[in-house]
Design a protein around this ligand. Structure first.
Ligand code: BV8
Ligand code: ZN
Length: 254
């Protein structure tokens, strides 16, 4: 069981923060077996995911893009949340105001019991009609995107592709949570993709203590006050244990 060093500043923030926000990326699901986006394991049939996750690729070759999502749905159906997902779900119970913002579309935070989740880039299990906006959880296994059950239009995965706007309400609420946070965690993200990667900076600029948990330094490490370079599935449970100890100490001191 990993034991981690906690600075006095971090322990004060863990004990006293009322508003906590968390941004997660593909790295938080890596220990569940979900390939990350920019790691070696992220490629599919030697195609870079960045080239597949676009409307242009889907319009040009719907079959290949649709098949990539079917392949990822199949992978995700077989995997489970890891201790990092569960630790975040339990951490949320220990704070009045805890917001979980994820770039991931794999639904693992919800499976681990988290709620109040902002899925910035959508959810892989949902489809959306490009003509009438109807969305549903069609578990379609057809080789080609199925027609929309409502209007017969063109169905697509209900995720945000590169070059597409994020759902307004979701990103607005995520930015508000970052703005108001006293303690902000950025976990398992390379900090490359915008506007998600700007959230830690918004938190920092508005006075939050920003803590990074990532396997290696990222594009946003330089703005983080505290950095744990390790596996989120090990570091998060260790932080959860510290929070519990601190909360018990606070009760005993009263
Ligand atoms: C938008 C859904 C307005 C699909 C995804 C030029 C400059 C700046 C920005 C842009 C630009 N040109 C275009 C843009 C905007 C673009 C962008 O940011 N591009 C980047 C690449 C430069 N953004 C957009 O297009 C967004 N829309 O901005 O609209 C607009 C429009 C046009 C032009 C300008 C503006 C929409 C972005 C959403 C794209 N969709 N996903 C799908 O998944 O199929 S993003 C995709 O990347 C995934 O969601 C993924 O989560 C996300 C971010 O990647 P990470 O999560 O960080 O994953 P990554 O693999 O990179 O890193 C994992 C990290 O974990 C690593 O650091 C690794 O070390 C670590 N790790 C690994 N294992 C562990 C671990 N850490 C801890 N524990 C472990 N065990
Ligand atoms: Zn439709």
């Amino acid at each position: 069981m990993l034991d981690i060093d906690i600075t006095e500043q971090f322990s004060r923030a863990l004990r006293n923060s009322r508003k906590v926000a968390v941004l997660t990326g593909a790295g938080v699901s890596a220990e569940s077996g979900v390939p990350t986006f920019r790691g070696e394991d992220g490629f599919w049939r030697n195609i870079n995911p960045m080239e597949l996750a676009t409307l242009e690729a889907f319009s040009r070759d719907p079959e290949t893009v649709w098949e990539w999502y079917l392949h990822r749905r199949d992978t995700i159906r077989t995997i489970k949340p890891n201790p990092g997902h569960y630790a975040l779900a339990e951490m949320a119970e220990l704070y009045n105001d805890f917001t979980l913002i994820t770039q991931n579309i794999d639904n693992l935070h919800r499976l681990a019991g988290s709620d109040n989740i902002y899925e910035l880039h959508g959810n892989i299990h949902r489809n959306r009609c490009m003509d009438c906006d109807h969305t549903d959880y069609t578990e379609s296994f057809s080789k080609l995107p199925p027609p929309c059950p409502k209007c017969g239009g063109r169905f697509r995965p209900n995720v945000v592709w590169f070059g597409e706007m994020l759902p307004h309400e979701t990103i607005d609420r995520a930015m508000k949570a970052a703005y108001q946070a006293e303690l902000f965690f950025t976990i398992g993200t390379s900090g490359v993709v915008q506007p998600a990667a700007s959230l830690p900076l918004i938190a920092k600029q508005n006075g939050a203590l920003v803590v990074e948990i990532n396997l290696e330094p990222s594009e946003i490490s330089h703005i983080c006050d505290i950095k744990y370079h390790g596996k989120s599935g090990e570091v998060l449970p260790a932080i959860l244990r510290k929070i519990r100890e601190l909360k018990i100490m606070s009760i005993q001191e009263k």
